[in-house]
Design a protein around this ligand. Sequence first.
Ligand code: 5AD
Ligand code: SF4
Length: 442
Amino acid sequence: MTKKLFVKTYGCQMNVYDSARMADVLAPLGYAPADGPEQADMVILNTCHIREKAAEKVFSELGRLKRLKAERDGAMIIAVAGCVAQAEGEEILRRAPFVDIVLGPQTYHRLPEMVAQAARAGGAVLDTEFPPEPKFDFLPGPQAGGAAAFLSVQEGCDKFCSFCVVPYTRGGEYSRPAAAVIDEARRLVDQGVVELTLLGQNVNAWHGEDGWGFGRLIRALAEIDGLKRIRYTTSHPRDMQDDLIAAHAEIDKLMPFLHLPVQSGSNRMLEAMNRRHDRDTYLRLVERLKAARPDLALSSDFIVGFPGETEADFADSLDLVRQVGFVQTYSFKYSARPGTPAAGLPNQIPEPVKEARLAELQDLLNEQTRRFNTACIGRVMPVLLDRPGRHPGQLIGRSPYMQSVHVDDIAARLGQVVDLRITELYPNSLAAVPADAERMRA
Ligand code: 5AD
Ligand code: SF4
């Protein structure tokens, strides 16, 4: 009898990738995907530790799973994976003794042993090591889930921004060898993938043997026949090498959309955050990227209310946003994280001040997104159709700028890139029609 596995993913795209790979690792043990925890023999929570709110969600979800497991007289394996597991493994086992397995982001290739051990021991298994062997060397070939796929090429971070837990939960910077990345890309393309998003906590810090830089890797991947689009995330301004900028000019497959977190527009805050770049460096970098690829659109991350942030510092952030113009953004209230240097800084900002600043920043950012989306009406864009829509005959795809675009009654298949004319703006998507209806029908 096949067993059922349900993986619930929190946080970033790296976790989405890891969740898929955990399912790949467990497939040989007979685990097939379940639609929800109710149907599952094993549940994995793949957790995120980046902000307090994200971390707290885990414990409320565990409360629900505890009841579910009790209803089944304990016949359910519960595993907590990811960054909360890495940072608070012991605490999880103390607060939730019904959890069977706690594993960090670097040990999930060992999941089959952990499952066997949990069955034998009757006690919990905790594995939050940073093993010397990279997990990637032990993972089975990837299973593509559609036309677009994630591919993890780099992991961990050596930058130590003073607010961030990533260097502690994911460990130091590691780059997968170019050959392994290209091989995984080929396997995905063979399964029908046409768009790859290269992932890393600091993806553009990727470096290969023989002095390969990230730009070189993108050039090599662009050679793969059948691969139509390449993206990457998340990048650090410090690692935007000349060759990578040049790749944006030269490689058509590299999409004109870049997530380049800046966090703040204030030099004083950037310094306190240990970002290793200042405001002008960022602005000049954006200029160079746009010179290389004039249709490039930018997305970013912002933190408001970092310790010591004054009204003037915050005004600098608003000013940078106005100067750059972002099409899509993620902005957060600073959240003090245990073990990070910034958590111990004086002048922590009161919650209501953070809230007011976040609201003001988001108003501006949302307005920029809306303006960009409105300007897309009437434009023709190549859209990768990658999922069915809600209505019969409708397909949904992604534009070069990661906008969701839906189109009715189109003679095209999932996985195709088609030229669509954008006609209308919806709250979270765009409507479109085939740009050349006659040619489509033919
Ligand atoms: N508080 C608020 N936001 C944070 N981020 C990372 N750490 C924190 C924190 N302690 C944000 C940054 C980062 C994104 C992934 O999450 O903006 O780029
Ligand atoms: Fe965290 Fe900074 Fe590393 Fe990004 S670059 S993962 S924000 S420490």
